[in-house]
Design a binder for this molecule. Structure first.
Ligand SMILES: N[C@@H](CCC(=O)N[C@@H](CS)C(=O)NCC(=O)O)C(=O)O
Length: 217
């Protein structure tokens, strides 16, 4: 088996979830290596796997790909039959735009709502910036579903890289009890129902590590 994905804690690492989910959805066999965050040996161990010192990182024989979006692009090329980007050029451009928007933005959402799959923290105060981020996510989801979603329950119909990018936002919305409009709620439920998501969440709940910075109370 040549493929290896190095990730951090499944409970906390949203970037890890994105790459892991896309890879899992290709159906390819892969070896998974988990490097737990915030331990004395974490830094050195990450540096052994990736030049950036950040995960996820994908190893495919001699090829090493880091940065989640680069990994998703690589997977789309390596496994064309998985159709991780839409076939239609306009839809593909849209999928790449919303994926880049997720990769580069939503700072308030990241800061105020760290991913924590096994916990439930409803009713925490939200800044104006966070409300704006949440509204923008829902606008993106509604727009993708309305314009490109007719072939299935995901953002561009069939599951793809854009869904992998937003999957950790889905789990955050559950953790922080964010109330959603009907289209966003049914998209959230479609992502949560994916067997791959269920198995990731189950593994997250079984992890022994606790990182205090990502816990509230
Ligand atoms: N821009 C990077 C971000 C990756 C990132 O921040 N990864 C975190 C885990 S979610 C990490 O490796 N942190 C290392 C540490 O905290 O020591 C990507 O898209 O892959």
């Amino acid at each position: 088996m040549t493929l290896e994905l190095v990730i951090a804690n499944k409970n906390y690492s949203s970037w890890s979830l994105r790459a892991w989910l896309a890879l899992r959805m290709t159906g390819a066999q892969f070896r998974e290596t988990v490097v737990p965050l915030r331990r004395p040996e974490t830094r050195a161990e990450l540096k052994r796997h990736t030049p950036s010192g950040l995960v996820p990182v994908l190893k495919d024989g001699n090829v090493v790909v880091w940065e989640s979006l680069a990994i998703l692009e690589y997977l789309a090329e390596r496994f064309p039959e998985a159709r991780l980007w839409p076939g239609d050029a306009a839809a593909r451009a849209h999928a790449r735009a919303v994926s880049s928007e997720m990769h580069a933005g939503f700072a308030n959402l990241r800061r105020e709502m760290p991913m924590n799959i096994r916990r439930f923290f409803p009713g925490r105060p939200r800044s104006e910036g966070l409300e704006r981020d949440i509204a923008r996510v829902c606008e993106i989801w509604n727009d993708c579903r309305a314009r490109h979603g007719s072939d299935g329950p995901y953002l561009f119909g069939l599951f793809g890289n854009a869904d992998a990018m937003y999957a950790p936002v889905v789990t955050r919305f559950v953790t922080y009890g964010v109330e959603l409009d009907p289209v966003s709620a049914s998209y959230r439920d479609a992502i949560l129902a994916l067997p791959a998501m269920r198995s990731f969440a189950e593994a997250a709940r079984a992890e022994p590590w606790v990182v205090d910075d990502y816990e509230f109370g």
